[in-house]
Design a protein around this ligand. Structure first.
Ligand SMILES: [Zn+2]
Length: 178
């Protein structure tokens, strides 16, 4: 495994649409492991392959299932399944209900903003064994998986803001020392 450098805005790879993975082979398995190790090293809760310069539809996320969007722990929710490794994820259902979460991004260092997204989503993806899985997410996991999937389409959380606020945050992010 390896810790990879995380690209920051305005790197053009972050704005590229990532390509589908044809088969979950040893290279993709290594990429998943590297993403996981880099996410842990960077103290992130999710990381998408374009953020380490690999324009493929691959992501990892590690958010406790019992975590609300405000980062509070909920009682009575199983927190065991936290780590997800996804290849070619697609959103197959979203709830009508929306929720607003304070988001940040390793590729937009030091900047945070409120983003409103569907509260629940169902995602179909291949896991690290190449098996088709379907999982419904809510709370912070739902916000995180949507944020990471945006990276696969070259989208950053600041794109949900007004153009003026977006420009300010992107400019500030470029001045942050990493
Ligand atoms: Zn991000």
């Amino acid at each position: 495994m390896a810790i990879l450098p995380v690209l920051v805005t305005p790197n053009p790879i972050l704005r590229r649409k990532a390509t589908l993975v044809s088969v979950v082979d040893v290279h993709i398995k290594k990429l998943l492991k590297d993403l996981e190790e880099t996410m842990v090293a960077e103290d992130g809760i999710g990381l998408a392959a374009p953020q380490v310069g690999v324009s493929k539809r691959v992501l990892v996320m590690d958010v406790p299932a019992n975590m609300t969007i405000d980062g509070e722990e909920m009682e009575g929710v199983d927190a065991d399944q936290n780590l997800y490794r996804m290849v070619n994820p697609e959103i197959i259902w979203v709830s009508d209900e929306l929720s607003t979460c304070q988001e940040g991004c390793l590729s937009v260092p030091g900047q945070y903003a409120s983003v409103t997204r569907p509260e629940k989503v169902r995602i179909r993806y291949l896991n690290e064994k190449g098996i088709v899985c379907e999982t419904e997410f809510n709370h912070l996991q739902a916000a995180c998986v949507q944020h990471e999937m945006d990276h696969l389409d070259g989208k950053l959380f600041v794109d949900y803001l007004s153009s003026m606020k977006r420009e300010i945050l992107l400019r500030k992010a470029q001045r942050v020392e990493r």
